[in-house]
Structures are given as structure tokens and as C-alpha cells.
Design a protein around this ligand. Structure first.
Ligand SMILES: [Fe+2]
Length: 206
């Protein structure tokens, strides 16, 4: 028998890649691996992975909103905003990876594809066309606010459930960088003179 198996195996040897393969999923979305040596109960990991997937979908949307803004920005502040938007994009890329891998290590499944993200995110869909910088920045700030609000809720909930790792990730790697990006964006919406200061005794006509 062993001899026959060996000869069959030898005749099947081929340099042809076995393409177009398919099989059933090995784990369904929305579930967590049953037993992991993390000393975190399955219900806790289920709740945390569900919440982190919401945070992930919103972060992926904000990431893409930054690239859209980077490409489509117009006007006299083009160069500065073009660079700033891409810097924030790069930082959001890293945040996306950290959230996604936390979901996987908790035994869950990270949301990944654009269509699934679009169905899940709480951030409103922007138009395909171009918008002026103040509108772009306002839209980005609104998206940050959705994420920051969720971070505060999730930080408290994860702490209460004893998931210190998720708490640390949410506060250190998501909340704080988002707060910093909000500062850099919002300063662009302060209406101050560029060249001539407004003298104290001059009233604006109005
Ligand atoms: Fe670019």
C-alpha cells in the first residue's frame, strides 16, 4: 500500500501551480476563537472585537478621507495641506493595522474590504467631487470626533471588563494621535490676518 501511494504521489509531481482553488471559510465573521491562553473570557473578547471592528471601519474611512483630501486640495495653501493630509494619512494607516491585529489576536476577525467598511462606518460618505479646504477640514474634524467619542467610551468599557491591552491600544495608539491631528487641523480654521494685524481701535464695517 505504501509503495502504491508513493508511486501515485511521484506521478502527480508537477511544476503547475494549483490555481483557482476554493474552500469554505475556516472562521465566520463576528465570532472569536473559543479557547485562547489570554485569560480573557470569550464574551469579553466577543464584545471587544465587535467594538474594535466599528473603530476599525471608522478609522479606515478617515484614512481614505485623508487621501482624498491630499489629492483634491486646491488653493493658496495647497502645498502645506497636501503634505499635512498625507502625513495624517500615513499615521492613520498605522492605526488601522494596530486595531486590526488586536482584533485578530483576541481571536476575532478584522473587517477588511471597502464594501464591508462602507456598510459599517458611522462617518458620512463625502461627495466624489472636489471641495474647498475649509469644507475638507471640517469634514475631517467631524470624522475625528466620531472616532474620539468612541475611543472614550471604549477605553472606559475595556477597563471595566479587565481588557487592559485594548484599553492601552485605544488610549495610546488611537485616542492620542487623533487628538493631535485634530489640533493640527483645527488651527487652519482660525481666521487670523496673514500680513496686516487688525488694530485695536479699528472697527470693522458691518
Ligand atoms: Fe501623494
Amino acid at each position: 500500500m505504501a509503495k502504491k501511494e508513493m508511486s501515485t504521489h511521484q506521478t502527480n509531481i508537477s511544476a503547475q501551480p494549483r490555481i483557482h482553488q476554493s474552500a469554505r471559510e475556516i472562521q465566520a465573521y463576528g465570532t472569536v476563537s473559543h479557547a485562547l491562553p489570554l485569560t480573557l473570557d470569550e464574551p469579553v473578547r466577543l464584545e471587544m472585537t465587535e467594538q474594535l471592528n466599528l473603530l476599525l471601519a471608522d478609522t479606515m474611512t478617515l484614512r481614505d478621507l485623508y487621501k482624498k483630501s491630499h489629492w483634491q486640495v486646491a488653493g493658496s495653501t495647497f502645498y502645506q495641506l497636501h503634505l499635512l493630509f498625507d502625513k495624517h494619512y500615513g499615521e492613520q494607516v498605522e492605526i488601522v493595522d494596530e486595531i486590526a491585529e488586536r482584533i485578530q489576536l483576541l481571536g476575532g476577525i478584522s473587517i477588511a474590504m471597502a464594501a464591508d467598511v462602507a456598510e459599517t462606518t458611522r462617518i458620512p460618505r463625502p461627495p466624489r467631487g472636489r471641495e474647498e479646504p475649509p469644507v475638507q477640514i471640517s469634514r475631517l474634524l467631524d470624522a475625528h470626533e466620531v472616532i474620539i467619542r468612541h475611543c472614550r467610551e471604549l477605553a472606559e468599557r475595556s477597563s471595566r471588563l479587565g481588557d487592559a491591552g485594548t484599553n492601552d491600544l485605544v488610549v495610546s495608539d488611537v485616542l492620542r494621535p487623533n487628538e493631535l491631528q485634530v489640533w493640527f487641523l483645527s488651527e487652519h480654521l482660525v481666521d487670523v490676518p496673514l500680513v496686516h494685524a487688525v488694530e485695536p481701535n479699528v472697527r470693522r464695517a458691518g
